[in-house]
Ligand binder design. Structure first.
Ligand SMILES: Cc1ncc(COP(=O)(O)O)c(C=O)c1O
Length: 343
């Protein structure tokens, strides 16, 4: 697993992750923790579906992640991050493992299930803007929650988790923005699945919203192994674009994604900084596009999926009809968002 070393060092805005970069033997973990293995059997192998595109433009294919056990692409990351923590924890009793992570929502949902099923104490730092449906699920699963004032932006959510990990070292911070298990699992699961599903067809562009950048960069690395010419397009909220020098803000943004503010860049994306083109989409536009996609297809997609679809259509419109644009639909949206849209 020299790959793990090849993604170090990061041009990191945060202090380094404390987790080991040892290769993780997932089969051994499945044997030792059957609930972890059961989750793995329901994970991934999601469809790559053709979705509406511009007349005369490229075909758009979307990796639709809502079919994962907890309904989002972050189920993969929860599995990978917890795997790295379980590996590091070794033979000690699981009651001694106390997992801490910050989340925009989907990762906490997935981790809370995995931790509840394994008997691991979980604690999440979230924005006070988190939807009630998420907070109720976390409470039902016995997870602890620390809320950070939404006006301070997501960067303060991350910093609060880092401070907690420093002040209370009995908590193991999973650290999705720096933990290489995130990026590598996307490379070897999401990305490898897409390469196989393309079945030899050459992708011209890969479009993905950036939260940690694990999806964008992990899949990019898998695609580039087979198709070195593929373009990479990262999508971030217009309210706080990638690398923005503006301070963090409390404006509503599409799900799970965003620039950090203060000029900080997501470490995984900095690994390929000169190769990634950046687009932005506002949250109000995402809500309109969710409704539009639902009207066209009868299928619900989340707000980051809407941002990705809109951007993929823009790219597809500039390419010939023989070309292929690949994107990802990370989830199907929250009940609160669909209520807001009125459907
Ligand atoms: C709905 C949604 N879309 C997109 C993302 C971004 O994924 P990544 O962290 O791989 O960049 C997330 C991450 O939490 C998410 O929850």
């Amino acid at each position: 697993m020299t790959l793990i070393r090849s993604v170090e060092p990061f041009d990191a805005p945060y202090r380094p992750a404390g987790l080991s970069a040892d290769p993780v033997d997932h089969d051994a973990l499945h044997q030792r923790h059957p609930a972890y293995g059961r989750f793995a059997r329901q994970l991934g192998d999601t469809p790559l579906i053709p979705v509406p595109g511009p007349d005369g433009g490229a075909t758009i294919l979307a990796k639709s992640e809502a079919g994962n056990p907890e309904g989002s692409v972050k189920d993969r990351v929860a599995y990978a991050l917890l795997g790295s923590a379980l590996h590091q924890h070794g033979d000690r009793p699981l009651e001694e493992l106390r997992v801490l992570e910050y989340s925009g929502g989907n990762l906490a949902r997935a981790l809370s299930r995995l931790c509840a099923e394994l008997g691991i104490t979980a604690r999440f730092v979230l924005s006070s803007a988190s939807p009630r449906s998420l907070l109720d699920t976390l409470a039902e699963r016995g997870a602890l929650v620390d809320l950070v004032d939404k006006e301070l932006g997501f960067l303060e959510v991350v910093r609060t988790a880092l401070r907690t990990a420093e002040e209370e070292p009995d908590w193991t911070l999973l650290y999705q923005h720096r933990n290489t298990a995130n990026l590598l699992f996307h490379q070897h699961s999401t990305g490898a699945e897409i390469v196989a599903q393309l079945d030899g067809r050459t992708p011209d562009a890969w479009v993905a919203s950036i939260g940690t950048g694990g999806t964008l960069i992990g899949v990019l690395r898998a695609l580039r192994e087979r198709h070195p010419g593929v373009r990479a397009i990262g999508v971030t909220p217009a309210e706080l674009p990638y690398g923005s020098p503006l301070p963090p803000n409390g404006l509503p943004k599409y799900a799970g994604s965003g620039g950090m503010g203060d000029g900080l860049k997501q470490p995984f994306v900095t690994l390929h900084d000169s190769e990634v083109e950046h687009h932005t989409v506002s949250y109000p536009r995402c809500l309109e596009v969710m409704a539009e996609f639902h009207e066209l297809t009868g299928t619900r997609i989340g707000s980051s999926a809407a941002a990705n679809w809109l951007t993929a259509k823009e790219i597809a419109a500039s390419l010939p009809s023989s070309a292929t644009v690949v994107t990802v639909f990370p989830d199907a949206g929250t009940p609160e968002e669909w209520e807001r849209i009125g459907r």
